[in-house]
Design a protein around this ligand. Structure first.
Ligand code: ADP
Ligand code: MG
Length: 293
């Protein structure tokens, strides 16, 4: 493209709510074939809510919720917000500051709350501590199949509760995904979440392929592998976790409501928080936008 048409493209992108940090990006975006989406906050709204809570071993709901919320005060995962807002609905005042708080990458969180050892996170976290979570099997299966993320609470290495957490798709994600399909892109969801949950959400969204259970540092490796297989890859993400994958991709797109690091790493930023803006950006890059509108 001539400099004039690149500048024109940048201006047109701005009208569509797409900020272009690097004008080369539009050029590169014209020949990508694979789009990799982060799940939480990108395809979904990023506002998860607790939709079910089940307790075990004589823990009652408010006690389980109090431990879970106390520990999540130290975390900044969207799951933490969901748990804290449920605690607020229950009018719990969290009296115990967590001690020795730790974020366990890709697994959950741990701390001491009121002298008790608390673990909160995914199934793998409980497995790693040899905690018997079989009583929660049915809940885990049925909720995951509905697209909920299930997190497990253990108190002193005993299963105390499970939470189903749902984060719905953005309203127009399904339609925008259909549009990208028609344009012939291979669509992949990349997430740290569990396989079943991710599959359910991918099916609802119309995404072709799911790569689940990936630790934050693994996301960039997945992009590299796709590139080694000959893919020209766009990564679309919003989280701190996504920054290395965004940096590795041929073209990077950040959701404007996302973390600063994701935005700073990305060549394109979507001020319109919609997957339609991804389709617009790619169509604009190809010079086919007028056919789409
Ligand atoms: P993602 O945000 O894509 O799910 P993460 O690597 O941040 O990826 O988290 C992976 C999984 O670890 C989450 O799906 C969740 O099960 C668990 N997890 C992470 N942080 C927390 C937290 N603060 N509380 C409970 N579970 C968590
Ligand atoms: Mg995300």
């Amino acid at each position: 493209a001539t400099p004039m048409s690149i500048i024109g493209g940048v201006g047109r992108a701005a009208e569509l709510g797409i900020l272009v940090r690097n004008a080369d990006a539009l050029q590169k975006a014209s020949n990508v074939d694979t789009i990799v989406f982060d799940k939480t906050g990108t395809l979904t709204k990023g506002e998860p809510k607790v939709t079910a809570l089940l307790t075990f071993n004589h823990f009652d709901e408010s006690v389980a919720l109090e431990y879970a919320a106390s520990i999540e005060q130290g975390a900044n995962h969207p799951i933490a917000k969901a748990v804290l807002s449920l605690a607020q609905e229950y009018n719990l005042n969290l009296e115990h500051e967590p001690e020795d708080f730790r974020t366990l990458k890709g697994l959950g969180v741990s701390a001491k709350v009121d002298q008790q050892n608390i673990l909160l996170g995914n199934y793998t976290l409980l497995q790693q501590h040899n905690i018997d979570a079989s009583a929660a099997n049915r809940f885990f299966q049925t909720e995951s199949e509905k697209g909920a993320t299930v997190i497990f609470l253990a108190v002193n290495n005993v299963l105390a509760g499970v939470f189903a957490i749902r984060d719905p798709l953005r309203e127009d994600s399904v339609e925008a995904i259909q549009r990208l399909h028609k344009q012939g892109y291979h669509l992949i969801m990349l997430t740290g979440d569990q396989e079943k949950t991710a599959q359910a959400i991918a099916k609802e969204a119309g995404i072709d392929q799911v790569i689940a259970g990936i630790l934050p540092e693994g996301k960039a490796n997945v992009i590299r592998q796709l590139q080694e297989q000959g893919g020209k890859v766009v990564m679309v993400g919003d989280g701190i976790n996504d920054a290395p994958a965004l940096a590795q991709a041929d073209v990077s797109i950040a959701i404007g409501s996302g973390s600063d690091i994701a935005i700073e790493t990305s060549e394109l930023t979507l001020m319109r928080h919609s997957i339609h803006a991804v389709a617009d950006a790619l169509a604009l890059a190809k010079g086919t936008l007028h056919n789409m509108k």
